[in-house]
Design a protein around this ligand. Sequence first.
Ligand code: BTN
Length: 333
Amino acid sequence: MLSTKDHVISKLIKADGYISGQALSDELGISRAAVNTAVKALKEQGYDITSVTNKGYKLLNMPDILSYGQIMSYLPKSRMEKITVLEETDSTNRVLKELAFDGAPEGTVVISDCQTKGRGRLGRSFLSPAGTGIYFSYLMRPEIDPAVISTVTCWSAVAVSDSISSVCGITPSIKWVNDILINDMKVTGILTEMSVEPEIGAVSNVIIGIGINVNESPSDFPPELRDIASSIRYESGRQDPINRSELAARLILEMDKIASGFPTDQDRYLKAYRDHCSTTGLDVSVVSAHNHTSETPRLGKAVCINDDFSLKVLFEDGHTEDLSSGEVSVRRR
Ligand code: BTN
């Protein structure tokens, strides 16, 4: 539910300087007293807002809060209609799936500050603590053969990479098929889930779930993940937190480009994916998606990304395979 506070903070961020209490009250259609109350509540949340007689309010500093109000300051007002921002939920993919079944349109987004049952690939869980990451789900309704669903995931990996580059000033790489890495450490995972209409076998909706580790410190990860997972802030050597709301807003715009460009923009996304993919040329070990816990890994070399985003692997016995799913680990020497 959109609050007066959300509107006021969005205006203060956009103003980029002083804005008078009267202007806020006129533009938002609320009383001066309501403006004062909202400013007071924002200050209590950690926003540093100064007020000067005859000039009005100015935002000096803001805490890193993933909020509807902050996200709104980076997007056109009309785009906010299909966005839900939650403080906590079990899984944004689950929430969005419910909205999709109720008929939510393409472009509907659910974002949460934390998840209690974040879902990962291959039935794993996804660590989703409060205050540091972005847990984000985007609804698409593409006309697509269920067999090529991984294309959407690969396009999304490009969207995530582009968003991080433009907001955080560091360009991540993509580990096939859908992990986003900085310095070889995983900073983002993507879980795409689709629903198919059983009678006709057509895709009715696709939910792209994206979990981004933004501001975590190594100690925020359990010991067993510390060698493989990290955050954008830590890997880019920044002291200050990255503004999660700005990154979430950028991601919404990049995902919108995917939704509107699908499937015609295939060449652009394929090229970008190949440019960013760090798996090709490396020694890899491969296990299939359905047997990943019990199977003995097969060793080979990742050769290239095919036109359908499958990964061509040359195995040690000399035969090649085009993998469209599965778990690929890079073997470091
Ligand atoms: C993976 O790397 O295993 C994929 C992780 C995907 C996590 C995201 S967080 C937002 C969305 N909601 C979920 O429950 N999972 C995805």
